[in-house]
Write a protein that binds this ligand. Structure first.
Ligand SMILES: Cc1cc2nc3c(=O)[nH]c(=O)nc-3n(C[C@H](O)[C@H](O)[C@H](O)COP(=O)(O)OP(=O)(O)OC[C@H]3O[C@@H](n4cnc5c(N)ncnc54)[C@H](O)[C@@H]3O)c2cc1C
Length: 443
């Protein structure tokens, strides 16, 4: 038997992006009926789960690949999530003020950290510049056994929320959205198989054979978003390159802080960092690694055909690969990251990377974190033959939007939701409650 339902807005995908949008639409707009469709039994089981990402609220203060301008922009959206966490009382439950730092090792990197501190201190006035002796007090294992001639310095703070269980926060978005006096429905175990555009409306066909009608649709289905777009003739200038990220654990209770290392600006993916795991007591994670994978989800299902469809190989895609591979640094980086996945040698190879953080650590102290890690849908802009480093949106301006949200997509979930809620209100001629939004979520 077929069910028929109609909603003003349908959100496809119950990761943190979809859940945040569901909340923002429900609490801050006068849109009266909103549906969220998630193919698995719970929301946030993939990249937004605490196991799938580094659990870091990226404020721009320790992310050395961000320019000051980008850091200020990222900080704005991170602050929204920080405000939300405080407003609803989730601090010390799902979010913590774990100390954090950007660490520079050696003369060149120390000079870089000092300069960055000067450049950032007006906008990030809570950051402190720590020298070797001060670091020794905060994190002795950074200094223990380090070459006495090797200088180190860090930009450090313990004043901001820095570690977040984005999976649990996703669930709170759903609970809080449902508190509003609206028709808000979450359909779990409901995979959308096809979206049909009929005039200015949409029919969502589920794998179980049900149909749902919607006036506006936002597709937040991770790496699958582009597949939906392609199937409807949109976003044909984009491809998705799925980049898997793995982690290593140590059970040694060595670090209290998140320690981020300095990034090579040529490398599009994050440098390895150390993160005390907030859901696995007494374990520290090192990672993520970065490896291109022929699938759209890291651990659930294989999706090889779907991978090919969303990569849609072409001469432009090959040109982007060629440009990446002709750079020595990038070639080395790719080769190293392949080795970090090979059982038997991976611990031995990877430990070299993290000795920069904890000089005393050995290969016997670490192990590959099985089942931990996720996949970043990095987007290739075929027209401009470029790998895009951040998020990508396809706004058709016809009532359907497709989002691809690699890092720092969990941090910027409320900022992205705000953008999509504004688009939905504009299209449906609905009101966005700016006063309430600003009062609650903007500092
Ligand atoms: C290794 C790694 C480390 C990271 N670290 C950080 C970090 O520290 N901080 C940070 O801010 N970001 C981090 N990120 C990025 C962050 O995890 C993602 O940006 C974020 O989780 C994306 O959320 P999303 O909701 O867009 O996608 P996802 O979490 O992937 O959710 C997509 C959802 O759509 C559902 N779905 C897919 N297809 C369908 C369909 N047909 N029908 C119904 N449902 C469907 C899926 O089941 C899934 O639940 C990291 C990512 C990786 C891989």
């Amino acid at each position: 038997m077929q069910k028929h339902h109609h909603f003003e807005v349908a959100v496809i995908g119950g990761g943190i992006s979809g859940c945040a949008l569901f909340f923002v639409l429900s609490r801050y707009t006068d849109i009266s009926s909103i549906a969220l469709f998630e193919k698995y039994e719970e929301v946030a089981t993939i990249n937004s789960n605490a196991k799938g990402n580094s659990q870091t609220l990226h404020c721009g203060d320790i992310e050395t690949n961000y320019t000051l301008e980008k850091a200020i922009r990222t900080n704005k959206t991170a602050s929204m999530l920080e405000r939300y966490i405080k407003l609803f009382g989730y601090e010390n439950k799902y979010a913590f003020k774990t100390p954090k730092m950007a660490l520079g090792v050696g003369e060149k990197e120390v000079a870089y950290i000092k300069k960055r501190y000067e450049d950032f201190k007006n906008d990030f006035s809570y950051m402190q510049l720590l020298n070797k002796d001060q670091l020794k007090e905060k994190e002795p294992s950074l200094i223990e056994d380090r070459d006495t001639n090797e200088d180190i310095a860090a930009m450090w703070t313990d004043t901001r929320i820095s570690a977040v269980d984005f999976g649990e926060i996703s669930k709170t978005f759903i609970q809080n959205a449902k508190e509003e006096d609206k028709q808000t429905e979450v359909f779990l175990n409901t995979e959308i198989e096809k979206i049909e555009e009929i005039g200015d409306k949409f029919i969502l066909h589920t794998k179980k054979g049900e149909q749902f009608y919607s006036d506006y649709v936002v597709v937040n289905a991770g790496a699958h978003s582009l597949l939906f777009a392609h199937s409807m003739g949109y976003g044909l200038d984009y491809s998705v390159l799925p980049i898997g990220g793995s982690f290593y654990y140590t059970d040694l209770d060595k670090l209290k802080s998140k320690v981020y290392t300095i990034q090579n600006p040529k490398l599009p993916f994050a440098a390895v960092h150390a993160d005390p795991d907030i859901v696995q007591d007494f374990k520290t994670r090192f990672g993520p690694t970065a490896i291109a994978l022929p699938k759209l989800q890291r651990y659930k299902d294989k999706h090889f055909i779907e991978f090919l469809e969303s990569l849609s190989p072409s001469s432009e895609v090959l040109e982007v690969f060629y440009d990446l591979l002709k750079d020595d640094d990038i070639r080395d980086y790719i080769a190293k990251n392949v080795m970090y996945e090979i059982p038997g040698i991976r611990e031995k190879m990877f430990v070299k990377e993290i000795k920069k953080i904890v000089p005393t650590i050995t290969e016997d102290d670490i192990y590959f974190a099985e089942g931990i890690g996720g996949l970043r849908p990095q987007v290739i802009d075929k027209k401009n033959k470029k790998l895009l480093l951040g998020e990508a949106k396809i706004d058709t301006k016809k009532g359907i939007v497709f989002n691809m949200t690699p890092s720092p997509g969990a941090t910027s979930c409320l900022g992205n939701a705000l953008g999509d809620a504004k688009l939905a209100c504009l299209h449906l001629e609905k009101e966005f409650r700016w006063l309430k939004f600003n009062k609650e979520l903007i500092y």
